[in-house]
Design a protein around this ligand. Structure first.
Ligand code: NAD
Length: 731
């Protein structure tokens, strides 16, 4: 393996070029680090070498640590996995510290060799932690480059010294956005924030780095924290200013994470405890906290779902192996809320769009939506005038179906009425090429039924967006009974073009995401009806890491939509309909005009701007709180199992065919507690035997909807989890 290449020029400047073979972006592994260390040793030992430049052979510097290494860290077969993780992280620290001290005498701090980082482009994670250990950081003036420490986004924190170095470099307050929020900056902003030292023209990058190496003095190599009398910028924890920072940060983190993301708290602990001791001890503290986080199953699950599997799905893990089906011209039928959003995201991705509605004014309004989004982008400086007119120029609003000629994909988003949908399907198919794919954005109607209106049911598919289309990251692709492979490939290629994450599911009532979210909403409303205090319901959900409590989420999606879906479901299911008790709550609220946020009145009160004020005081009159309130865990189990069991049933019934899609889809589609990695990861964390025992208890107390699915019982018997079953099947 050669990830790093070493050479020395005639002036005695060594260059170490990071260039991992067969990867478009450098990522660090332990073996890579060993190679780097060997080159640093060579440079330090060679009297002919005056200093070192560490740079990249690729357009970017590095994407970070290889997340596969981190995801498997805690799972290694060993008697002491935590000890092994601790040793591995300590090794990373020792190499970076060797670079930082660069052979200088530890007492006089003299005699070291200058080592600089020269970043041609993006530098993330350890790709910035390594430069932070160098004596100076040069970055090319590359607007596309992103510099920062995004670890917190996948449930870990910068554990290769970045936490300790950055908080000492910028102070806890200054470092907070970079450490706690994973803020990324372009080189110029990174420089003004103090993250890096110099931004230079790309062509001069190595020359400027070399110039510095050749002129650096002993004092230039000593980091502030290694110099005598170092004081933490902004104050250490017992300094009055520092005290305020840490108290505030602690409160802010608990407020934002509700205590369910272990990484944020561990990060703050590492900064706080590290600030009280000398640098090398602080690094040890950081190592301990980082080990603690990596050993937490939440870290493994978040890395797996939010990074590794999300990316695999985006790259087409479940795409049929057929040629490119990229969309060139898209027809959108229906320019309402969804159609307008779809037209915008497609045009924004460079696709020509014909946007059709029954009235010209409605079609124009649909295009107007795109204009509104682009205008907002311009106000924030993210969209240029040229980009705006380019995107708008791609959308043709019309009532004329003849304009659909040449479209290779149609997405229909007209009223949720099978008759209207059948009519527009026939009208479009009369015009579009024979091999075009027709997709419906229906949220409730079976795809196989709608496909009956199509002359080519194998080219008919569901592409289900979530609202608001431009913000939501997930797209559900639904195969009808007769849907063919080319339709699936087309849908997946389209989703890739618009840079969203796809899951592919089979046709069944509510598909996957809505099927799982509805039981969550219903369980919340059931409890309300039983007399559970609404604040208990909502807080229990948030303390499990759900972004919105079930009552708030009903308010957001509106009670009249709930009533509409309830009516349709009852009509379709007849006597088997299980949610009559929930309907009492829904219809009762609708009768009082409390339709949710859009009516400024729902389970919550709102002001005239739609800002949520608090739970509606009148609720107690309709749903009097019981004298005996359930314990928090019971409420949480009801809310979480309502969703997770539905996900398992979807898998059992073959609606879902891949648990990775089940987990990624749950987090991106409806915000299923992201810390858990998704419902299947969560059940794995609980362990099937415990999960089944909770189901048995909930079933006895609250009814058959909590009956443990056979698949879960089988796992409890065999001692397996969803992910090890998947791994063994793959093997
Ligand atoms: P909407 O009422 O905002 O828009 C529907 C549009 O279709 C209207 O502009 C209407 O004029 C137009 N239309 C009706 N008949 C037409 C015809 N014959 N020819 C051309 N245009 C016609 O509805 P929406 O919320 O955008 O939903 C559209 C579809 O998307 C529905 O199938 C819905 O179930 C689905 N969906 C909605 C959401 C959501 O959150 N609203 C989410 C996912 C999917």
């Amino acid at each position: 393996m050669t990830d790093f290449h070493y050479s020395v020029d005639p002036d005695g400047v060594a260059t170490i070029i990071w260039d991992v073979a067969k990867k478009s972006m450098n990522v660090m592994t332990i073996e890579g680090l060993q190679e780097l260390e060997a080159h640093i040793d060579t440079a330090l030992a060679d009297d002919g070498v005056k200093g070192v430049i560490i740079t990249s052979g690729k357009p970017d510097f590095a994407g970070g640590m290889d997340l596969n290494v981190l995801a498997s860290a805690s799972g290694a077969a060993s008697d002491d996995p935590a000890g092994d993780v601790f040793t591995a992280i300590s090794y990373i620290h020792s190499v970076l510290r060797k670079i930082e001290r660069a052979g200088m005498d530890p007492k006089t701090l003299k005699g070291g060799k200058p080592i600089v980082a020269a970043l041609p482009g993006t530098a993330l994670g350890i790709g910035l932690e390594l430069p932070l250990a160098c004596h100076r950081i040069f970055a090319a003036d590359n607007q596309k480059a992103k510099i920062g420490l995004p670890e917190i986004m996948v449930g870990i924190f910068p554990g290769a010294g970045g936490t300790t170095r950055l908080s000492r470099k910028m102070g806890a307050m200054g470092a907070a956005p970079f450490l706690l929020e994973g803020k990324l900056s372009d080189p110029k902003k990174a420089k003004s924030a103090g993250l890096i030292d110099e931004v230079v023209p790309a062509a001069d990058l190595l020359a400027r780095a070399k110039e510095w190496v050749l002129s650096a003095k002993d004092a230039d190599l000593v980091k502030p924290w290694d110099a005598k009398g170092f004081k933490m910028p902004g104050g250490a924890p017992y300094h009055p200013a520092g005290f305020m920072t840490f108290v505030g940060a602690s409160a802010m983190i608990n407020g934002k994470t509700n205590g369910v993301y272990p990484a944020a708290k561990a990060l703050l602990s590492a900064v706080y405890e590290g600030a009280l001791v000398p640098f090398d001890t602080a690094l040890k503290i950081e190592t301990r906290w980082f080990t603690h986080v990596l050993m937490n199953p939440s870290a493994t699950a978040m890395i797996r779902s939010l990074f590794i599997n999300k990316e695999a799905l985006e790259k087409g893990a479940n795409r049929p192996a057929i040629g490119d089906e990229k969309v060139v011209k898209l027809g959108v039928l229906g320019a309402g809320m969804m159609g307008a959003g779809i037209a915008y995201v497609a045009a924004n991705a460079g696709i020509d769009v014909v946007l059709i509605d029954a009235e010209q004014a409605a079609a124009e309004r649909g295009k107007g939506y795109a204009e509104g989004v682009l205008d907002k982008g311009m106000k924030r400086g993210k969209v240029s005038e040229a980009k705006k007119s380019e995107v708008l120029g791609r959308i043709l609003p019309t009532t004329d179906y003849a304009a659909l000629e040449g479209c290779d994909l149609i997405i229909e988003a007209v009223f949720e009425d099978p008759k209207v949908k059948a009519e527009v399907t026939a009208r479009a198919e009369a015009v579009i090429p024979k091999d075009a794919i027709f997709a419906t954005n229906t949220s409730t109607l079976p795809i196989s039924d709608l496909a009956k209106a199509s002359a080519r049911p194998d080219q008919f598919i569901g592409i289900h967006f979530f609202s608001p289309v431009d913000k939501m990251l997930l797209v559900e692709i639904i195969k009808g009974r007769e849907t063919g492979e080319r339709a699936v490939a087309k849908a997946l290629d389209f989703v890739r073009q618009i840079r969203k994450t796809p899951i592919v599911v089979n046709d069944a009532r509510f598909f996957y995401a809505n099927r799982c979210i509805i039981p969550y909403l219903n369980e919340g409303m059931r409890m309300l009806r039983e007399g559970v205090r609404p604040a208990l319901i909502e807080n229990a959900a948030k303390l499990m890491g759900m972004p919105l409590g079930p009552l708030q989420l009903v308010d957001e999606t509106s009670l009249d939509l709930g009533a509409k879906i309830a009516r349709a479901t009852r009509a379709a299911m007849g006597d088997a309909y299980p949610d009559g008790d929930v309907d009492e709550v829904v219809f009762g609220m609708v009768d009082q005009g409390r339709l949710g946020r859009k009516a400024q009145a729902g389970f919550y009160d709102y002001d005239e701007k739609g800002k949520r004020l608090g739970l509606w005081a009148g609720l107690a009159g309709y749903f009097p709180p019981a004298a005996d309130q359930p314990d928090l865990i019971t409420v949480q189990h009801r809310l979480m199992f309502a969703q997770a069991l539905e996900a398992v049933r979807a898998l059992e019934e073959g609606v879902l065919t891949d648990i990775r899609e089940g987990d990624v889809g749950a987090i991106l589609g409806w915000g299923f507690a992201p810390w858990s990695g998704g419902p299947f990861s969560w059940l794995d964390m609980l362990g099937a035997p415990f999960a089944v025992s909770v189901c048995d208890d909930l079933e006895a107390r609250f009814g058959p909807r909590f009956k443990a699915p056979q698949m879960l019982r089988d796992m409890a018997e065999s001692g397996r989890g969803f992910y090890d079953s998947r791994a063994s099947k793959a093997a």
